[in-house]
Design a protein around this ligand. Structure first.
Ligand code: DAH
Length: 339
């Protein structure tokens, strides 16, 4: 009797099946109501008392082995099934993949980079924490210059002054200090101003600075570059340059584009004029060239600076600058289709 049980244990361990039906037959054969195990347990009373302990242990081993076998065979078949299903039906609609979206500031920044890189501008960056020289003094804004007040600076340290840059014009200076003309570069980046936060203004925002230095660069070159930019970026080809003042350029101008007066929104954003201011620009002041070790008798150049938020607000009709920083997914997911 004991030998028979041991033989069965061997059989169970050897057993393999490649269909659920075969596993079920096996289960019924050993573990079913009328199965071998129940028969053997019924024989228990006929075993001599001296052998009962060994017989009982062997029966338990057989029972556990049969149960384990059923479980592992079932598991194996199921995972094989899953794999077959996975590769099997390639026409089955797939699970939708949730894609994230780019932030509108990144989208517009990349578009601006794209437009200028097509005419040979490289991208350069500088630090957000600046010294007085690069943010002010080298840009023709010496100490006590009244225009410094316009910039609402966040200071980190005083004497010597360390501050959060108030504009990306600081990168102009760094770039000229480290590169020889000809220079064609744009510098996108984050800037900081100690201003009250409202729908139109924020204490953190982004700018793109442009700088072009070579021999014989004229205001006409500047105007043509800006016209190219506005055409590519907005699809608008009418601009005007209004005389203005920046310490680092002479002459200086503000650039307006003719946006049109077709819709009510056009009226609102252009205050009924059809014109929109989009950036500041000018011919780099000879003092600034000198400060960055470039000979102003040999070289001239132009520069411009624009706010990325302002352009994104125009392109996407975003009514409030604060929306860029709240990270509300209902806002952000509207940019999913744009790369
Ligand atoms: N830095 C100026 C600002 O933050 C923008 C600007 C104006 C940059 C004229 C320039 C420029 O390079 O030529 O308001």
């Amino acid at each position: 009797m004991l030998d028979k049980v041991k033989e069965l244990i061997g059989e169970v361990n050897e057993f393999q099946a490649n269909s659920p039906e075969a596993v079920e037959d096996f289960r019924i054969k050993y573990l079913g109501k009328k199965g071998l195990l129940n028969d053997l347990f019924a024989e228990f009373k006929n075993v001599e008392p001296a052998s009962r302990k060994e017989f009982g242990q062997a029966l338990n081993t057989l029972k556990n082995a049969a149960q384990d076998k059923v479980n592992t065979l079932k598991d194996n078949l199921e995972s094989a099934d899953e794999q077959k299903g996975f590769y099997g039906d390639l026409t089955r609609p797939s699970e939708p993949i949730e894609l994230g979206s780019r932030h509108p500031i990144s989208i517009v920044k990349n578009q601006i980079i794209d437009v200028f890189s097509r005419i040979g501008f490289t991208v350069s960056e500088g630090p957000e924490i600046e010294d007085d020289w690069h943010n002010f003094t080298a840009l023709n804004l010496p100490e006590y210059h009244p225009a410094r007040d316009m910039q609402d600076t966040f200071f980190i340290e005083k004497d010597p002054d360390i501050l959060l840059r108030t504009h990306t014009s600081s990168v102009q200076v760094r770039y000229m200090e480290n590169n020889e003309p000809p220079i064609r570069t744009i510098s996108p980046g984050r800037v900081f101003r100690n201003e009250d936060i409202s729908a139109r203004a924020h204490c953190i925002f982004h700018q793109v600075e442009g700088l072009y230095i070579d021999t014989d660069v004229s205001f006409a070159d500047l105007k043509q570059t800006l016209l190219y930019f506005t055409k590519e970026m907005f699809g608008k080809s009418k601009i005007r340059l209004r005389p203005s003042y920046f310490p680092f350029t002479e002459p200086s101008a503000e650039v307006d584009i003719y946006w049109g007066l077709e819709t009510e929104t056009d009226y609102k954003i252009t205050k009924g004029t059809g014109w929109l201011e989009i950036m500041g620009c000018g011919m780099v002041d000879p003092n600034v060239l000198k400060n960055a070790n470039i000979d102003p008798t040999k070289y001239s150049g132009y520069a411009f600076g624009m706010g990325i938020e302002r352009i994104a607000m125009l392109l996407y009709q975003i009514p409030d600058i604060r929306m860029f920083y709240e990270n509300d997914v209902r806002f952000l997911e509207q940019f999913k289709t744009v790369l």
